[in-house]
Design a protein around this ligand. Structure first.
Ligand code: CA
Length: 221
């Protein structure tokens, strides 16, 4: 699970990083609002923990832009106890949950786990990009209505790419996501699956682009 922590207070960052310093979690930290906005427009996260008071762009604006891009990643906002206005503004802008500082670390962990679960459940049973469809419950991918003969791992990889269609998915994230599904996959294995997926999609309007040094992006041509 990939967590973006947007917070400019080093003490809070230390607490948050420590809380998720465990297997299955990767914490990416950013202290600047504008840079967080950029990260969120390029990379995919499973949950975002967002402080409201930030340098260069405040948390509410980061959130407004995120939702404007139709990005539904679960967001938990952090506000000071006496800043009711911040909380209301954050929820109005599309935050999923909030905690007031100082917060209990166990409560934070529980809220984050619940947001991640809701985020994944909310992605729906059928994904579609162009003529490519994936029934995530029945585990069947079709192209122009014809079933694709994909292995379980290829299907898992396709699902991760389709969930982030039009955005770059890093190799690291692919590996984490597939590991979470019970597969342990190396970078080399990812390249092999990627080339097989491309063969299946060759005659379609869908392509998987390699973005050098960053990862892969599934897109409709
Ligand atoms: Ca702050």
């Amino acid at each position: 699970m990939r967590i973006l922590v947007v917070e400019d207070d080093p003490a809070q960052v230390a607490i948050l990083s420590h809380a998720f310093d465990k297997p299955g979690y990767t914490v990416v930290h950013e202290k600047d609002g504008k840079r967080a906005d950029h990260l969120l427009s390029v990379y995919e996260f499973d949950v975002v923990i967002l402080d409201m008071g930030l340098p260069s762009m405040d948390g509410a604006e980061v959130l407004r832009r995120l939702r404007h891009r139709k990005n539904n990643v679960p967001v938990l906002i952090l506000t000071a106890r006496d800043e009711v206005e911040d909380r209301v503004r954050g929820l109005d802008m599309g935050a999923d949950d909030y905690l007031t500082k100082p917060f209990d670390i166990l409560e934070l962990e529980a809220r984050v786990r619940s947001l991640i679960r809701r985020g994944h459940a909310g992605s729906g049973a059928e994904l579609q990009v162009g003529t490519l469809k994936l029934d995530t419950v029945g585990r069947l991918a079709t192209l122009n209505g014809e079933a694709l003969d994909l292995s379980a791992r290829e299907l898992n990889m396709l699902e991760v790419l389709m969930l982030s269609a039009g955005r770059i998915v890093s190799k690291e994230r692919l590996s984490e996501q597939l590991s979470g599904l019970g597969d342990l996959v190396s970078d080399n294995a990812i390249e092999v699956y990627m080339s097989r997926l491309r063969k299946h999609l060759k005659a379609s309007d869908i392509s998987i682009r390699t973005v050098r040094g960053l990862g892969y992006m599934l897109e409709k041509q």
